[in-house]
Ligand binder design. Structure first.
Ligand SMILES: Cc1cc2nc3c(=O)[nH]c(=O)nc-3n(C[C@H](O)[C@H](O)[C@H](O)COP(=O)(O)OP(=O)(O)OC[C@H]3O[C@@H](n4cnc5c(N)ncnc54)[C@H](O)[C@@H]3O)c2cc1C
Length: 428
């Protein structure tokens, strides 16, 4: 009998727990350990931040759903991983032994890398907001309600080193839609400040025609932008940005005034993971092989935002490669197959496709992209805009939350439909 511990109950960890339970004989124990006792559907945070969703709609208590599937659950943060002794220490000093560890801890939000940025409660200076966590999205909404009484300039974007650009665009367009509906948009100059070398790069070197489509969208919505933006510090109502040229030399210094701002931070690995000798790269992201297995510890696997992936290309201001939901689920499926094989003495052979399939809401319309594989050159490089994406994104949220409540990872109809589209979780 083996004990498998999954660290992190997010977009990656929860489906992995269900999929492993389906695949493994009942004598193997599975335990999920997570900092909080609830799951949050991170992709809906932009809606929470403008009050289009409330917390209850996009979170769920983890324990009842996992217990029903005979999966153990501990709602405590892991503070130490002793990878040589196969032992975790939890925040209250309790310890937990494992035979196999699946690390799915998502990112540590590196607000400290730009002075003044990010929520105070998450180690930031309090001058800009975030939507990476449901608490951050709710804090934005509280300030947004005051802002609506006395509106002014808005700055939205992504900090140097960021890898997750899609939600920054989404949020800018959602805010634009919300302000237009309130007939207040004319009082709100908006600027999009991004470390990407060009609009629509998305950390992916662009997808299809993303550059011209997103530029056109920003123009059509009267938003200014600054690319190659190295944001150096934020003070109350002022963002200091050095814009670099294509060679990485300073081109222009900007002092961008704002009344309200949301800037996505760069990501690092969470402390407990980053501290394990030889497990991670210098930013604390887990170094894995093609089978999602740690390069240093054979009984540790990892998937999701916490794994190390090199940038698609070198950019004047540092940018990273995004890890999107379907890609994360594909990594997890590979881990489940490899663990099931390992437990019967076979070698790991499953490799996730890492296909990027993403729906970005724009408030009243949306943009979808499919990058197969995520790293160019690609077999499929598709980017399309349409009202159907807005509806599809709503359906995706409802579908994912339902899937977690039912306790399934990839229902047969999902596998069938995605298969028809040529999108599979595992490389054949
Ligand atoms: C605002 C935003 C919107 C996004 N929208 C989309 C989208 O529309 N589509 C898409 O495909 N992708 C989207 N993404 C990208 C990606 O899908 C999400 O970031 C996703 O949540 C990542 O999943 P994960 O499992 O790697 O990490 P997470 O979902 O962040 O889960 C990590 C879990 O680990 C737990 N944890 C952390 N440290 C510890 C510890 N020490 N001990 C125990 N538990 C710990 C956390 O509490 C958390 O529950 C978005 C990202 C952001 C930030």
């Amino acid at each position: 009998m083996a004990h498998i511990v999954i660290m992190g109950a997010g977009i990656g960890g929860m489906p992995a727990a269900y999929e492993l339970r389906e695949m493994l004989p009942p004598e193997h124990r599975i335990t999920v350990v997570n900092t909080t006792d609830y799951f949050q559907f991170v992709p809906s945070n932009p809606w929470v931040a403008v009050g289009w969703r409330d917390r209850e709609a996009v979170t769920l208590p983890i324990a009842p759903y996992l217990t029903r599937k005979k999966i153990g659950f501990i709602a405590k943060a892991v503070t130490v991983i002793d990878a040589d002794a196969n032992k975790l220490t939890l925040v209250d000093g309790e310890t937990l032994d494992y035979d196999y560890l699946v690390i799915a801890t998502g990112p540590k939000l590196a607000f400290d890398e730009v002075a003044g940025a990010g929520p105070v409660a998450s180690g930031g200076g309090g001058m800009t907001h975030s939507i990476c966590h449901i608490d951050h999205a709710q804090a934005f909404f509280a300030d947004y309600q005051k802002f609506l009484e006395n509106p002014g300039p808005l700055v939205i974007g992504a900090m140097p080193g960021a890898s997750c650009f899609g939600p920054a665009y989404e949020f800018a367009f959602i805010l634009d839609t919300d302000l237009r509906r309130r007939k207040l948009r004319h009082k709100v100059p908006m600027t999009f400040v991004t470390s990407e070398p060009y609009i629509g790069h998305l950390g992916l070197g662009g997808v299809g025609d993303s550059k011209s489509m997103l530029e056109s969208e920003l123009r059509g919505r009267d938003m200014k932008w600054i690319t190659n933006a190295k944001t150096t510090r934020v003070e109350e109502g002022k963002m200091f940005v050095t814009q670099l040229d294509d060679q990485g030399n300073p081109l222009k210094d900007h002092e961008v005034g704002f009344k309200l701002s949301m800037m996505l931070p760069a990501f690092k690995g969470v402390d407990a993971v980053a501290a394990v000798p030889k497990l991670c790269n210098p930013r604390g992201m887990v170094l894995i092989d093609e089978f999602q297995r740690s390069k240093a510890y054979r009984n540790i696997f990892s998937a999701g935002v916490c794994v190390a992936i090199p940038p698609v290309e070198v950019t004047p201001v540092a940018t990273g490669t995004p890890k999107t939901g379907y890609m994360i689920e594909s990594m997890m499926t590979a881990i489940c197959h490899n663990l099931a094989d390992e437990l019967v003495g076979k070698s790991a052979v499953a490799k996730g496709t890492w296909n990027a399939v993403c729906l970005a809401d724009m408030g009243d319309t949306g943009a979808a992209f499919v990058a197969l594989p995520q790293i160019p050159p690609r077999n499929v490089n598709w980017f399309k805009k349409g009202k159907w994406v807005h509806l599809a994104k709503i359906a995706y949220e409802k579908y994912f939350m339902r899937k977690l409540k039912k306790g399934t990872s990839e229902p047969i109809y999902e596998k069938y439909i995605m298969g028809l589209l040529g999108i599979n979780r595992l490389n054949k």
